[in-house]
Design a protein around this ligand. Structure first.
Ligand SMILES: [Fe+2]
Ligand SMILES: [Fe+2]
Length: 245
């Protein structure tokens, strides 16, 4: 296992900055080597197939609940740039699903249409306000930063490695997009209320790691990541992002 270090590009601040970032990012993509002659060994395929099927499914959400919550917020705040940025953000997640799906197709790994973990995450986001939707999303994004690192290291496929590199680059910015907006939503609250909701988010993350481990432990173990490593990574990253000690 190598330690997980994330790139640290400039972080946009306002919704207009985020919109400009997402617009530009469409032209700053890495080029995966789609014509690589490398194919997964059967050992590599066994390690990643079940897991990549579920993550690919999770990435392809149309963001219906999220957009509904964002629209309610924008009607109140008039922050239309946020809504546009959110649309492009969802587009990036769908690109992740597309790239993973194309890779799976090259490797003869069937796409999955349903899975209980995906249904669970969608249920959490149904009918909630923007803050809760962003917190559920942030939880998934924090775990994604170590998952895609493990997936990147799990095989010798240059194609999968490049796809994961692009996803990691995007997910790092997504974390800041969520946190940046969560801070804005919390501005009117008292400090103790902000702290309490950040702690609840932290607890939710700690529980979610267990659920993710049950479903994806093969990939993590294959790359040398133990459950403790995932907890340590997510603990450090979430405390840093949510400013909790
Ligand atoms: Fe993603
Ligand atoms: Fe993301």
């Amino acid at each position: 296992m190598t330690s997980v270090t994330l790139p640290s590009p400039k972080i946009p601040q306002t919704s207009a900055d985020w919109l400009a970032y997402f617009e530009q990012n469409r032209y700053d993509l890495l080029t995966p080597p789609w014509n690589t002659p490398y194919f997964l060994t059967s050992e590599e395929k066994t390690a990643i197939a079940h897991s990549i099927q579920n993550f690919q499914l999770g990435e392809q959400s149309e963001g219906t609940n999220l957009m509904k919550a964002a629209r309610v917020y924008v009607e109140r705040s008039g922050d239309t740039a946020f809504l546009q940025a959110m649309k492009l953000f969802i587009g990036e997640e769908q690109r992740h699903a597309r790239d993973l799906g194309n890779f799976m197709q090259c490797e003869g790994i069937p796409l999955r249409e349903k899975h209980w973990s995906d249904r669970l995450f969608r249920r959490f986001r149904r009918g909630v306000n923007l803050e809760v939707a962003l917190r559920v999303l942030l939880t998934a994004e924090i775990i994604a930063t170590i998952y895609y690192k493990a997936l990147q290291e799990a095989t010798h496929s240059p194609l999968l490695q490049k796809i994961c590199e692009q996803i990691l680059k995007d997910e790092h910015q997504h974390l800041h997009f969520q946190v940046n907006h969560l801070r804005r939503l919390q501005e009117q609250r008292k400090p103790w209320q902000q702290k309490a909701s950040n702690y609840l988010n932290y607890l939710f993350l700690m529980l979610t790691i267990l659920v993710v481990w049950i479903d994806h432990y093969r990939v993590f173990l294959h790359s040398g990541y133990r459950l403790r490593d995932i907890y340590q990574h997510c603990d450090r990253l979430s405390k840093n992002l949510l400013k909790i000690t």
